[in-house]
Design a protein around this ligand. Structure first.
Ligand code: ADQ
Length: 492
Protein backbone atom coordinates (compact mmCIF):
# COMPACT_ATOMS: atom_id res chain seq x y z
CA UNK A 1 0.00 0.00 0.00
CA UNK A 2 1.50 3.37 -0.94
CA UNK A 3 0.68 6.80 0.31
CA UNK A 4 0.71 10.09 -1.45
CA UNK A 5 -0.22 13.68 -0.72
CA UNK A 6 -3.62 14.76 -1.94
CA UNK A 7 -4.16 18.47 -2.50
CA UNK A 8 -7.57 20.01 -3.12
CA UNK A 9 -7.41 23.49 -4.61
CA UNK A 10 -9.81 25.23 -6.91
CA UNK A 11 -7.14 26.43 -9.29
CA UNK A 12 -5.31 23.95 -11.48
CA UNK A 13 -1.58 24.45 -11.76
CA UNK A 14 -1.67 23.82 -15.53
CA UNK A 15 -4.59 24.60 -17.83
CA UNK A 16 -4.72 23.33 -21.41
CA UNK A 17 -6.25 25.82 -23.86
CA UNK A 18 -6.99 25.77 -27.57
CA UNK A 19 -5.26 28.63 -29.37
CA UNK A 20 -6.56 30.36 -32.50
CA UNK A 21 -4.87 27.86 -34.82
CA UNK A 22 -6.41 24.86 -33.09
CA UNK A 23 -3.26 23.89 -31.18
CA UNK A 24 -3.17 23.07 -27.49
CA UNK A 25 -1.17 25.47 -25.32
CA UNK A 26 -0.39 25.11 -21.62
CA UNK A 27 -1.15 28.04 -19.33
CA UNK A 28 0.09 28.72 -15.81
CA UNK A 29 -2.09 30.87 -13.59
CA UNK A 30 -0.80 33.90 -11.65
CA UNK A 31 -1.61 32.67 -8.18
CA UNK A 32 0.13 32.72 -4.87
CA UNK A 33 -1.48 29.44 -3.94
CA UNK A 34 -0.08 27.61 -6.96
CA UNK A 35 3.33 29.18 -6.39
CA UNK A 36 3.26 28.00 -2.78
CA UNK A 37 1.81 24.51 -3.06
CA UNK A 38 3.33 23.11 -6.21
CA UNK A 39 6.89 22.64 -4.92
CA UNK A 40 5.51 20.19 -2.32
CA UNK A 41 3.94 17.95 -4.94
CA UNK A 42 6.87 18.27 -7.30
CA UNK A 43 9.17 17.15 -4.52
CA UNK A 44 7.04 14.32 -3.19
CA UNK A 45 4.52 13.29 -5.86
CA UNK A 46 0.79 12.86 -5.26
CA UNK A 47 -2.48 14.14 -6.67
CA UNK A 48 -3.78 17.68 -7.11
CA UNK A 49 -7.58 17.78 -7.43
CA UNK A 50 -8.81 20.97 -9.14
CA UNK A 51 -11.53 22.41 -11.31
CA UNK A 52 -10.77 21.71 -14.98
CA UNK A 53 -11.34 25.15 -16.43
CA UNK A 54 -9.16 25.16 -19.59
CA UNK A 55 -10.90 24.91 -22.97
CA UNK A 56 -8.73 21.91 -23.94
CA UNK A 57 -8.65 20.29 -20.49
CA UNK A 58 -11.05 17.47 -21.39
CA UNK A 59 -9.23 16.72 -24.61
CA UNK A 60 -5.91 16.39 -22.78
CA UNK A 61 -7.08 14.36 -19.74
CA UNK A 62 -7.90 10.68 -19.31
CA UNK A 63 -11.56 9.70 -18.81
CA UNK A 64 -11.24 10.05 -15.03
CA UNK A 65 -9.91 13.62 -15.48
CA UNK A 66 -6.31 12.65 -14.69
CA UNK A 67 -3.26 14.03 -16.48
CA UNK A 68 0.41 13.84 -15.53
CA UNK A 69 2.08 17.20 -14.86
CA UNK A 70 4.20 19.29 -15.30
CA UNK A 71 3.48 18.53 -18.96
CA UNK A 72 7.12 18.73 -20.02
CA UNK A 73 8.44 16.44 -17.22
CA UNK A 74 5.66 14.81 -15.17
CA UNK A 75 6.12 14.56 -11.41
CA UNK A 76 2.59 14.24 -10.03
CA UNK A 77 -1.05 13.74 -11.10
CA UNK A 78 -3.57 16.48 -11.76
CA UNK A 79 -7.13 15.20 -11.38
CA UNK A 80 -9.58 17.57 -13.03
CA UNK A 81 -13.15 17.91 -11.82
CA UNK A 82 -15.88 18.84 -14.27
CA UNK A 83 -18.38 21.31 -12.84
CA UNK A 84 -21.28 22.80 -14.84
CA UNK A 85 -20.78 26.43 -15.88
CA UNK A 86 -23.73 27.82 -13.95
CA UNK A 87 -22.88 25.92 -10.77
CA UNK A 88 -19.24 26.98 -11.05
CA UNK A 89 -20.21 30.63 -11.44
CA UNK A 90 -22.35 30.56 -8.32
CA UNK A 91 -19.83 28.64 -6.25
CA UNK A 92 -16.68 30.47 -7.42
CA UNK A 93 -17.59 34.00 -8.50
CA UNK A 94 -20.61 34.06 -6.20
CA UNK A 95 -20.10 32.54 -2.76
CA UNK A 96 -16.30 32.33 -2.72
CA UNK A 97 -15.30 35.59 -4.39
CA UNK A 98 -18.23 37.93 -3.84
CA UNK A 99 -18.94 36.52 -0.37
CA UNK A 100 -16.01 35.03 1.52
CA UNK A 101 -13.22 37.02 -0.19
CA UNK A 102 -14.49 40.50 0.78
CA UNK A 103 -15.69 39.17 4.16
CA UNK A 104 -12.16 38.08 5.07
CA UNK A 105 -10.31 41.15 3.69
CA UNK A 106 -10.81 44.49 5.36
CA UNK A 107 -10.79 46.27 2.02
CA UNK A 108 -14.21 47.87 2.43
CA UNK A 109 -16.02 45.84 -0.20
CA UNK A 110 -19.42 44.70 0.95
CA UNK A 111 -19.76 40.92 0.76
CA UNK A 112 -22.75 39.55 -1.19
CA UNK A 113 -24.31 36.36 0.15
CA UNK A 114 -27.02 34.63 -1.91
CA UNK A 115 -28.73 31.34 -1.02
CA UNK A 116 -28.31 30.10 -4.62
CA UNK A 117 -24.55 30.65 -4.40
CA UNK A 118 -24.41 28.87 -1.05
CA UNK A 119 -26.24 25.86 -2.51
CA UNK A 120 -23.74 25.69 -5.38
CA UNK A 121 -20.83 26.06 -2.93
CA UNK A 122 -22.08 23.11 -0.87
CA UNK A 123 -22.64 21.01 -3.94
CA UNK A 124 -19.19 21.71 -5.41
CA UNK A 125 -17.60 20.99 -2.01
CA UNK A 126 -19.44 17.61 -2.06
CA UNK A 127 -18.06 16.79 -5.50
CA UNK A 128 -14.49 17.51 -4.42
CA UNK A 129 -14.91 15.70 -1.08
CA UNK A 130 -16.02 12.52 -2.91
CA UNK A 131 -12.95 12.64 -5.15
CA UNK A 132 -10.71 13.28 -2.13
CA UNK A 133 -12.12 10.24 -0.30
CA UNK A 134 -11.30 8.07 -3.33
CA UNK A 135 -7.78 9.44 -3.48
CA UNK A 136 -7.07 9.12 0.25
CA UNK A 137 -8.56 5.65 0.70
CA UNK A 138 -5.07 4.20 0.93
CA UNK A 139 -4.18 6.48 3.82
CA UNK A 140 -2.78 9.56 2.10
CA UNK A 141 -2.75 12.91 3.83
CA UNK A 142 -5.23 15.43 2.51
CA UNK A 143 -4.26 19.08 2.18
CA UNK A 144 -7.34 21.19 1.49
CA UNK A 145 -6.52 24.63 0.14
CA UNK A 146 -8.38 27.79 0.82
CA UNK A 147 -11.74 29.42 1.27
CA UNK A 148 -13.28 27.66 -1.72
CA UNK A 149 -13.47 24.43 0.26
CA UNK A 150 -14.42 25.26 3.85
CA UNK A 151 -16.91 22.37 3.98
CA UNK A 152 -14.68 19.65 2.55
CA UNK A 153 -12.91 18.65 5.82
CA UNK A 154 -16.22 17.74 7.52
CA UNK A 155 -17.54 15.98 4.41
CA UNK A 156 -14.35 13.90 4.20
CA UNK A 157 -14.36 13.13 7.93
CA UNK A 158 -17.95 11.86 7.75
CA UNK A 159 -17.01 9.40 4.99
CA UNK A 160 -13.42 8.56 5.88
CA UNK A 161 -12.72 9.14 9.58
CA UNK A 162 -9.26 7.59 9.20
CA UNK A 163 -8.10 10.32 6.79
CA UNK A 164 -5.75 12.95 8.19
CA UNK A 165 -6.84 16.33 6.88
CA UNK A 166 -5.54 19.87 6.98
CA UNK A 167 -7.24 23.02 5.75
CA UNK A 168 -5.00 25.92 4.85
CA UNK A 169 -6.72 29.30 4.64
CA UNK A 170 -4.60 31.48 2.34
CA UNK A 171 -6.43 34.73 3.09
CA UNK A 172 -6.89 36.58 6.37
CA UNK A 173 -9.42 35.47 8.97
CA UNK A 174 -11.40 38.52 10.11
CA UNK A 175 -12.44 39.71 13.55
CA UNK A 176 -15.37 37.71 14.97
CA UNK A 177 -17.76 40.67 14.53
CA UNK A 178 -17.08 40.61 10.80
CA UNK A 179 -17.24 36.82 10.54
CA UNK A 180 -20.65 37.07 12.21
CA UNK A 181 -22.05 38.67 9.04
CA UNK A 182 -21.88 35.33 7.23
CA UNK A 183 -25.42 33.95 7.20
CA UNK A 184 -24.20 30.32 7.23
CA UNK A 185 -21.35 30.82 9.68
CA UNK A 186 -22.23 27.83 11.88
CA UNK A 187 -22.19 25.49 8.87
CA UNK A 188 -18.95 26.96 7.54
CA UNK A 189 -17.21 26.70 10.93
CA UNK A 190 -18.56 23.17 11.41
CA UNK A 191 -17.18 22.25 7.98
CA UNK A 192 -13.75 23.65 8.76
CA UNK A 193 -13.54 21.93 12.13
CA UNK A 194 -13.72 18.56 10.37
CA UNK A 195 -9.99 19.14 9.75
CA UNK A 196 -7.27 17.90 12.08
CA UNK A 197 -5.26 21.05 11.51
CA UNK A 198 -6.38 24.47 10.28
CA UNK A 199 -3.55 26.70 9.10
CA UNK A 200 -3.38 30.47 8.67
CA UNK A 201 -0.45 32.70 7.74
CA UNK A 202 -0.25 34.61 11.03
CA UNK A 203 -0.96 34.10 14.70
CA UNK A 204 -3.40 37.01 14.61
CA UNK A 205 -5.60 35.19 12.07
CA UNK A 206 -5.48 32.09 14.29
CA UNK A 207 -6.61 34.13 17.28
CA UNK A 208 -9.41 35.73 15.26
CA UNK A 209 -10.54 32.25 14.23
CA UNK A 210 -10.52 30.95 17.82
CA UNK A 211 -12.58 33.97 18.93
CA UNK A 212 -15.02 33.29 16.11
CA UNK A 213 -15.63 29.61 16.89
CA UNK A 214 -15.89 30.32 20.59
CA UNK A 215 -18.51 32.95 19.91
CA UNK A 216 -20.69 31.08 17.42
CA UNK A 217 -20.32 27.35 18.22
CA UNK A 218 -20.69 25.17 21.32
CA UNK A 219 -17.04 24.19 21.61
CA UNK A 220 -14.00 24.31 23.88
CA UNK A 221 -11.17 26.61 22.88
CA UNK A 222 -7.71 26.15 24.40
CA UNK A 223 -5.59 29.21 23.61
CA UNK A 224 -2.44 27.79 25.19
CA UNK A 225 -2.59 24.68 23.04
CA UNK A 226 -4.15 26.65 20.13
CA UNK A 227 -6.86 24.03 19.65
CA UNK A 228 -10.63 23.66 19.42
CA UNK A 229 -12.56 20.65 20.67
CA UNK A 230 -15.92 20.39 18.98
CA UNK A 231 -18.27 17.40 18.98
CA UNK A 232 -15.52 15.24 20.47
CA UNK A 233 -12.97 16.05 17.76
CA UNK A 234 -9.87 18.17 18.36
CA UNK A 235 -8.57 20.56 15.71
CA UNK A 236 -5.21 22.29 15.99
CA UNK A 237 -5.14 25.91 14.79
CA UNK A 238 -1.65 26.87 13.70
CA UNK A 239 0.24 29.70 11.99
CA UNK A 240 2.24 28.45 9.00
CA UNK A 241 3.59 31.50 7.19
CA UNK A 242 3.87 30.54 3.51
CA UNK A 243 7.03 31.42 1.63
CA UNK A 244 9.00 30.94 -1.57
CA UNK A 245 11.64 28.57 -2.85
CA UNK A 246 15.14 28.98 -1.47
CA UNK A 247 17.51 29.31 -3.19
CA UNK A 248 15.28 31.19 -5.57
CA UNK A 249 15.80 30.73 -9.32
CA UNK A 250 16.49 34.41 -9.97
CA UNK A 251 17.24 35.99 -13.32
CA UNK A 252 20.60 37.75 -13.57
CA UNK A 253 21.01 41.51 -13.27
CA UNK A 254 22.36 41.37 -16.84
CA UNK A 255 18.97 39.97 -17.97
CA UNK A 256 17.36 42.80 -16.05
CA UNK A 257 19.53 45.35 -17.85
CA UNK A 258 18.50 43.87 -21.22
CA UNK A 259 14.84 44.15 -20.27
CA UNK A 260 15.38 47.76 -19.24
CA UNK A 261 16.72 48.50 -22.73
CA UNK A 262 13.81 46.63 -24.34
CA UNK A 263 11.40 48.84 -22.39
CA UNK A 264 13.34 51.99 -23.31
CA UNK A 265 13.90 52.89 -19.68
CA UNK A 266 16.80 55.33 -19.21
CA UNK A 267 19.89 53.62 -17.82
CA UNK A 268 20.17 55.91 -14.79
CA UNK A 269 16.51 55.86 -13.82
CA UNK A 270 15.44 54.24 -10.56
CA UNK A 271 12.94 51.50 -11.43
CA UNK A 272 10.33 50.22 -8.96
CA UNK A 273 8.32 47.11 -9.70
CA UNK A 274 4.80 46.02 -8.74
CA UNK A 275 3.48 42.52 -9.56
CA UNK A 276 -0.12 41.71 -8.67
CA UNK A 277 -3.35 40.12 -9.71
CA UNK A 278 -5.60 43.07 -10.62
CA UNK A 279 -7.60 42.73 -7.42
CA UNK A 280 -9.06 45.57 -5.38
CA UNK A 281 -7.39 44.23 -2.23
CA UNK A 282 -3.95 44.78 -3.77
CA UNK A 283 -4.22 48.57 -3.47
CA UNK A 284 -3.26 49.32 -7.09
CA UNK A 285 -5.23 52.56 -7.46
CA UNK A 286 -3.98 53.83 -4.12
CA UNK A 287 -0.41 52.97 -5.22
CA UNK A 288 -0.74 54.95 -8.48
CA UNK A 289 -2.04 57.92 -6.52
CA UNK A 290 0.98 57.74 -4.24
CA UNK A 291 3.25 57.77 -7.29
CA UNK A 292 1.41 60.77 -8.65
CA UNK A 293 2.01 62.55 -5.35
CA UNK A 294 5.67 61.53 -5.37
CA UNK A 295 6.19 63.14 -8.78
CA UNK A 296 4.17 66.20 -7.86
CA UNK A 297 6.27 66.82 -4.76
CA UNK A 298 9.61 65.86 -6.33
CA UNK A 299 9.99 67.36 -9.82
CA UNK A 300 13.64 66.25 -9.80
CA UNK A 301 12.35 62.70 -10.41
CA UNK A 302 10.91 63.63 -13.81
CA UNK A 303 12.78 61.48 -16.32
CA UNK A 304 14.62 59.72 -13.47
CA UNK A 305 12.01 57.42 -11.97
CA UNK A 306 9.90 54.69 -13.58
CA UNK A 307 7.30 52.48 -11.93
CA UNK A 308 6.57 49.24 -13.80
CA UNK A 309 3.35 47.48 -12.80
CA UNK A 310 2.52 43.96 -14.01
CA UNK A 311 -1.17 43.35 -13.37
CA UNK A 312 -2.76 40.03 -14.13
CA UNK A 313 -6.47 40.26 -15.05
CA UNK A 314 -8.43 38.13 -12.61
CA UNK A 315 -12.08 37.19 -11.83
CA UNK A 316 -13.23 39.23 -14.81
CA UNK A 317 -16.78 37.91 -14.61
CA UNK A 318 -17.30 39.98 -11.46
CA UNK A 319 -18.25 43.61 -12.14
CA UNK A 320 -16.06 45.04 -9.44
CA UNK A 321 -13.00 43.51 -11.13
CA UNK A 322 -13.96 44.77 -14.60
CA UNK A 323 -14.39 48.20 -13.08
CA UNK A 324 -11.01 48.04 -11.37
CA UNK A 325 -9.25 47.13 -14.64
CA UNK A 326 -10.89 50.14 -16.36
CA UNK A 327 -10.14 52.50 -13.47
CA UNK A 328 -6.54 51.37 -13.34
CA UNK A 329 -5.92 51.98 -17.05
CA UNK A 330 -7.61 55.37 -16.82
CA UNK A 331 -5.65 56.47 -13.76
CA UNK A 332 -2.32 55.42 -15.26
CA UNK A 333 -3.13 57.30 -18.48
CA UNK A 334 -3.98 60.39 -16.49
CA UNK A 335 -0.77 60.31 -14.41
CA UNK A 336 1.32 59.62 -17.50
CA UNK A 337 -0.37 62.43 -19.45
CA UNK A 338 0.34 64.79 -16.57
CA UNK A 339 4.07 64.10 -16.21
CA UNK A 340 5.36 62.41 -19.39
CA UNK A 341 8.05 64.05 -21.54
CA UNK A 342 8.85 63.32 -25.19
CA UNK A 343 11.18 60.47 -24.22
CA UNK A 344 9.89 59.26 -20.84
CA UNK A 345 6.74 58.25 -18.98
CA UNK A 346 6.56 57.53 -15.27
CA UNK A 347 4.31 54.46 -15.21
CA UNK A 348 4.54 51.38 -17.42
CA UNK A 349 1.40 49.29 -16.92
CA UNK A 350 1.35 45.81 -18.43
CA UNK A 351 -1.97 44.09 -17.94
CA UNK A 352 -1.42 40.43 -18.62
CA UNK A 353 -0.20 37.26 -16.98
CA UNK A 354 3.53 36.71 -17.45
CA UNK A 355 5.44 33.46 -17.13
CA UNK A 356 7.40 32.94 -13.90
CA UNK A 357 10.65 33.40 -15.86
CA UNK A 358 9.43 36.72 -17.24
CA UNK A 359 8.42 37.92 -13.77
CA UNK A 360 11.91 37.11 -12.54
CA UNK A 361 13.45 39.26 -15.30
CA UNK A 362 11.31 42.15 -14.06
CA UNK A 363 12.51 41.60 -10.49
CA UNK A 364 16.09 41.58 -11.79
CA UNK A 365 15.50 44.89 -13.56
CA UNK A 366 14.08 46.65 -10.50
CA UNK A 367 15.92 48.78 -7.96
CA UNK A 368 13.00 48.52 -5.55
CA UNK A 369 9.58 46.86 -5.21
CA UNK A 370 6.31 48.41 -4.08
CA UNK A 371 3.95 45.92 -2.44
CA UNK A 372 1.07 47.84 -0.90
CA UNK A 373 -2.05 45.67 -0.58
CA UNK A 374 -4.90 47.06 1.51
CA UNK A 375 -5.04 43.67 3.19
CA UNK A 376 -3.34 40.40 2.26
CA UNK A 377 -3.03 36.99 3.92
CA UNK A 378 0.71 36.89 3.25
CA UNK A 379 1.75 38.30 -0.17
CA UNK A 380 4.33 36.22 -1.96
CA UNK A 381 5.46 38.99 -4.29
CA UNK A 382 7.23 40.69 -1.38
CA UNK A 383 9.12 37.48 -0.62
CA UNK A 384 9.80 36.68 -4.29
CA UNK A 385 11.36 40.10 -4.79
CA UNK A 386 13.61 39.75 -1.75
CA UNK A 387 14.58 36.21 -2.75
CA UNK A 388 15.31 37.43 -6.28
CA UNK A 389 17.82 40.07 -5.06
CA UNK A 390 20.66 37.57 -4.81
CA UNK A 391 23.29 40.30 -5.16
CA UNK A 392 22.01 41.58 -1.80
CA UNK A 393 20.84 44.91 -3.18
CA UNK A 394 17.30 46.29 -3.47
CA UNK A 395 14.66 47.99 -1.34
CA UNK A 396 11.11 46.95 -0.46
CA UNK A 397 8.14 49.20 0.34
CA UNK A 398 5.61 46.97 2.08
CA UNK A 399 2.09 47.38 3.42
CA UNK A 400 1.64 46.94 7.16
CA UNK A 401 -1.54 44.99 6.31
CA UNK A 402 0.19 42.18 4.42
CA UNK A 403 1.01 39.07 6.47
CA UNK A 404 4.57 39.39 5.10
CA UNK A 405 5.06 42.59 7.15
CA UNK A 406 5.20 40.41 10.28
CA UNK A 407 8.36 38.77 8.98
CA UNK A 408 10.18 41.25 6.74
CA UNK A 409 11.54 43.77 9.25
CA UNK A 410 13.97 45.22 6.73
CA UNK A 411 11.16 46.57 4.55
CA UNK A 412 9.92 50.16 4.64
CA UNK A 413 6.54 49.47 6.23
CA UNK A 414 3.68 51.76 5.17
CA UNK A 415 -0.02 52.31 5.55
CA UNK A 416 -1.26 51.79 1.97
CA UNK A 417 -4.19 54.15 2.54
CA UNK A 418 -1.81 57.02 3.31
CA UNK A 419 -0.58 58.28 -0.09
CA UNK A 420 1.81 60.77 1.50
CA UNK A 421 3.44 58.06 3.60
CA UNK A 422 3.78 55.70 0.63
CA UNK A 423 5.26 58.50 -1.50
CA UNK A 424 7.77 59.29 1.28
CA UNK A 425 8.74 55.63 1.57
CA UNK A 426 9.32 55.36 -2.19
CA UNK A 427 11.48 58.48 -2.03
CA UNK A 428 13.40 56.94 0.84
CA UNK A 429 13.91 53.75 -1.18
CA UNK A 430 15.22 55.81 -4.10
CA UNK A 431 17.63 57.78 -1.91
CA UNK A 432 18.63 55.06 0.52
CA UNK A 433 22.41 54.73 0.93
CA UNK A 434 23.88 51.50 -0.38
CA UNK A 435 24.99 50.35 3.07
CA UNK A 436 21.51 50.68 4.54
CA UNK A 437 19.93 48.99 1.50
CA UNK A 438 22.28 46.06 1.87
CA UNK A 439 21.77 45.75 5.62
CA UNK A 440 17.98 45.75 5.27
CA UNK A 441 18.09 43.32 2.37
CA UNK A 442 20.42 40.98 4.23
CA UNK A 443 18.03 40.90 7.16
CA UNK A 444 15.06 40.03 4.93
CA UNK A 445 16.98 37.42 2.95
CA UNK A 446 18.12 35.71 6.16
CA UNK A 447 14.47 35.49 7.26
CA UNK A 448 13.38 33.88 3.99
CA UNK A 449 16.40 31.56 3.87
CA UNK A 450 15.41 30.14 7.25
CA UNK A 451 11.64 30.14 6.50
CA UNK A 452 11.32 28.98 2.91
CA UNK A 453 8.42 27.15 1.28
CA UNK A 454 10.14 23.91 2.27
CA UNK A 455 9.97 24.87 5.95
CA UNK A 456 6.30 25.75 5.53
CA UNK A 457 5.56 22.33 4.02
CA UNK A 458 7.74 20.49 6.53
CA UNK A 459 6.08 22.10 9.53
CA UNK A 460 2.58 21.42 8.31
CA UNK A 461 3.28 17.87 7.17
CA UNK A 462 5.16 17.21 10.41
CA UNK A 463 2.08 18.18 12.44
CA UNK A 464 -0.14 16.01 10.24
CA UNK A 465 2.22 13.08 10.56
CA UNK A 466 2.15 13.34 14.38
CA UNK A 467 -1.64 13.24 14.30
CA UNK A 468 -1.61 10.25 11.99
CA UNK A 469 0.73 8.36 14.25
CA UNK A 470 -1.51 8.99 17.23
CA UNK A 471 -4.55 7.95 15.24
CA UNK A 472 -2.81 4.75 14.13
CA UNK A 473 -3.62 3.37 17.56
CA UNK A 474 -7.32 3.57 16.68
CA UNK A 475 -7.25 2.77 12.94
CA UNK A 476 -4.18 0.55 12.61
CA UNK A 477 -5.41 -1.50 9.65
CA UNK A 478 -5.92 1.59 7.49
CA UNK A 479 -2.61 3.29 8.03
CA UNK A 480 0.44 2.76 5.88
CA UNK A 481 4.01 3.49 6.79
CA UNK A 482 5.25 6.98 6.03
CA UNK A 483 6.05 7.15 2.33
CA UNK A 484 9.51 7.96 1.14
CA UNK A 485 8.24 10.85 -0.95
CA UNK A 486 6.61 12.57 2.03
CA UNK A 487 9.85 12.21 3.99
CA UNK A 488 11.73 13.92 1.18
CA UNK A 489 9.36 16.88 1.27
CA UNK A 490 10.00 17.29 4.96
CA UNK A 491 13.72 17.08 4.38
CA UNK A 492 13.23 19.97 1.96
P1 ADQ B 1 -2.68 35.98 -4.23
O1 ADQ B 1 -3.73 36.92 -3.80
O2 ADQ B 1 -2.78 35.43 -5.60
O3 ADQ B 1 -2.53 34.75 -3.21
P2 ADQ B 1 0.28 36.68 -3.85
O4 ADQ B 1 0.69 35.99 -2.61
O5 ADQ B 1 0.81 38.05 -3.99
O6 ADQ B 1 -1.28 36.82 -4.04
O7 ADQ B 1 0.80 35.83 -5.07
C1 ADQ B 1 0.64 36.21 -6.40
C2 ADQ B 1 1.46 35.28 -7.30
O8 ADQ B 1 1.09 35.50 -8.65
C3 ADQ B 1 2.95 35.55 -7.20
O9 ADQ B 1 3.64 34.33 -7.34
C4 ADQ B 1 3.24 36.47 -8.39
O10 ADQ B 1 4.54 36.35 -8.93
C5 ADQ B 1 2.21 35.98 -9.39
N1 ADQ B 1 1.73 37.07 -10.25
C6 ADQ B 1 1.05 38.17 -9.89
N2 ADQ B 1 0.81 38.95 -10.95
C7 ADQ B 1 1.34 38.35 -12.00
C8 ADQ B 1 1.42 38.67 -13.39
N3 ADQ B 1 0.89 39.78 -13.90
N4 ADQ B 1 2.04 37.78 -14.19
C9 ADQ B 1 2.57 36.65 -13.68
N5 ADQ B 1 2.54 36.31 -12.40
C10 ADQ B 1 1.94 37.15 -11.56
C11 ADQ B 1 -3.25 34.27 -2.08
C12 ADQ B 1 -3.39 35.25 -0.92
C13 ADQ B 1 -2.02 35.77 -0.51
C14 ADQ B 1 -1.09 34.62 -0.18
C15 ADQ B 1 -1.11 33.57 -1.27
C16 ADQ B 1 -0.37 32.31 -0.86
O11 ADQ B 1 -4.25 36.33 -1.30
O12 ADQ B 1 -2.13 36.63 0.62
O13 ADQ B 1 0.24 35.09 -0.05
O14 ADQ B 1 -2.44 33.18 -1.61
O15 ADQ B 1 -0.88 31.80 0.32
Amino acid sequence: MTEHLVVIANREPYAHEWDDSGNVVVQRPASGLVTGIEPMLRAGGGTWIAYGGGSADRATSARNGCVAVPPEAPEYTLRRMWIGEDEYERYYSGFANEGLWPLCHMAHAQPAFRARDWDAYRSVNETFARAAVEETRTGGMLLVQDYHFALVPRMVRNRAPHAVTSLFWHIPWPHSDVAGILPWKEAVLDGMLGADVIGFHTRQYCLNFLDTVERYLECRVDRDAMSVTYNGHRTLVRAYPISVEWPYPSASRADGATLRRELNIPKQAHVSIGVDRADYTKGLLERMEAIELLLEENPSLIGRYVFVQLASPTRMRIRRYQQLADDLRELVERVNARFATASWKPIVLQMRTFSADEVRRYYAMADSAIVTPLHDGMNLVAKEYVAACDDGDGALVLSAFAGAAKELDGALIVNPYDAEQVAQAILRAIRMPLLERRARMQDMRAQIASHSIHHWAAKMLGDLRDIRQRRARFWPQRLPVVAQEAREVVAG
